[in-house]
Design a protein. Structure first.
Length: 400
């Protein structure tokens, strides 16, 4: 769990502290002796500690059930002691008991623990505090019962989300393993025959060299030809593996932004009828990769939206990629770094264009401090102008 996730979780847990207002107000009224007030504060602090320990640490995963059961038992004991020894206002502590039980216990245990907690609260409220049974049951009793079972649903949702994330990581690992196996098979198929032929001709050249140097020279020439062809095959294979694709980068962007705790809006696929050729697709994929990397590392954004549209311009149809965040934005007078410079060159090589904007231009609305950043990359969907002019695409490295 990163810091952002921890803050969000603590904020979610803190919502329930509203039910602590009545006991705190009762202690601050000063209607008790100093010893009773001190014991009340001490018991309340211990109760809050047990509650936070259970809900913060064990909602997602439980590795040591005896520790959970012991902490929950201490929470019930403290709620019983405080609600018996103090005023009826302290009966609200049983809401925390229900929240904790629903958040950490499996459903088969929660179905009987939650009714038991509700019944124990009613027994103390009616038998000790003299509260009206119907009023207490219809108010606080219903709240405790419903809140507890609502937390069982939250617990199930949290753990399902975690399992989904783990499943995605497993799928990604399996995909990487499969890709490595495929690369190994392709390299074996490409080089196995060539290397065997080189070995055979080298042996022949060695045997022919003393008596037939002309025939040995022919074998050496064949070795050179086979070696050069093997190099061409390997380069072609590696180029195919290194080429980025838009669908792959869209999936990677969604995963990276979500893992960084950024609310991501990313399309699932390229719009129908807007698929560019391989070089232009690779250029857009590099732009998406660079933009998402900058959002994750530098923006401090809460939200990021990726859009991919086919647009009609005066020069012809284009495929437009836009990455927009609500982060801090660049410093005043910022310039293009190596990454954006490399992207500009890569896009220009295939007839595309790169645009960046910040502040009002990025978000289309005013933001304090001119925050937000928008990167837009466009590539044409028509003929390839660079190739028609005979211009070769520069060999650009990965944008830094």
């Amino acid at each position: 769990m990163n810091r952002r996730q921890a803050r969000v979780k603590m904020g979610w847990i803190g919502i329930w502290l509203v039910f602590m207002a009545a006991p705190v107000r009762d202690l601050l009224d000063g209607g008790r002796s100093g010893v009773a007030t001190a014991l009340g504060w001490l018991g309340l602090a211990a109760f809050v500690g047990c509650y936070l320990t259970l809900v913060f640490r064990y909602t997602a995963r439980v590795l040591h059930w005896p520790r959970v059961h012991a902490t929950l038992g201490a929470l019930v004991a403290l709620a019983t002691a405080l609600s018996v020894g103090m005023d009826p206002a302290w009966l609200g502590l049983w809401v925390y008991v229900a929240v904790s039980a629903g958040a950490v216990l499996p459903m088969r245990q929660a179905v009987w623990v939650l009714p038991a907690v509700t019944a124990l609260m009613l027994a103390i409220g009616v038998g000790v505090q003299g509260a009206d049974l119907l009023g207490l049951a219809g108010g606080l009793g219903v709240t405790i019962f419903l809140v507890g079972f609502a937390m069982t649903g939250v617990r199930h949702l949290v753990r399902t989300t975690i399992q989904l994330g783990q499943a995605r990581a497993t799928v990604a690992q399996l995909a990487a393993n499969e890709e490595r196996l495929r690369l190994a098979r392709d390299l074996h198929d490409l080089l196995g025959h060539s290397l065997s032929l080189i070995t055979l001709k080298s042996e022949l050249a060695g045997r022919m060299l003393p008596d037939h140097p002309d025939r040995a020279a022919q074998q050496v020439a064949d070795i050179e030809r086979v070696s050069r062809q093997a190099m061409v095959d390997v380069r072609a294979a590696v180029t195919g593996y290194r080429r980025l694709t838009l669908p792959g980068q869209l999936a990677g962007a969604r995963t990276a932004l979500t893992a960084a705790g950024i609310e991501a809006t990313v399309p699932l696929e390229v719009p129908e009828g807007a698929a560019p050729d391989e070089e232009r697709e690779a250029a857009l994929a590099w732009a998406l990769r660079e933009a998402v990397t900058n959002v994750v590392r530098h923006s401090g954004a809460d939200r990021c939206a990726v859009t991919l549209h086919r647009r009609q311009t005066l020069a012809g149809p284009v495929l437009e990629l836009a990455v927009e965040d609500d982060g801090v934005g660049p410093a005043p007078g910022f310039g293009h770094g190596n990454g954006l410079t490399g992207l500009t060159e890569r896009l220009e090589a295939v007839g595309g264009v790169l645009e960046v904007a910040s502040g009002r231009r990025a978000a289309g609305r005013a933001r304090t401090g001119g925050g937000g950043f928008r990167l837009t990359a466009r590539v044409p969907l028509g003929p390839e102008p660079a190739r028609e002019r005979g211009a070769a695409s520069p060999a650009l490295g990965s944008p830094a």
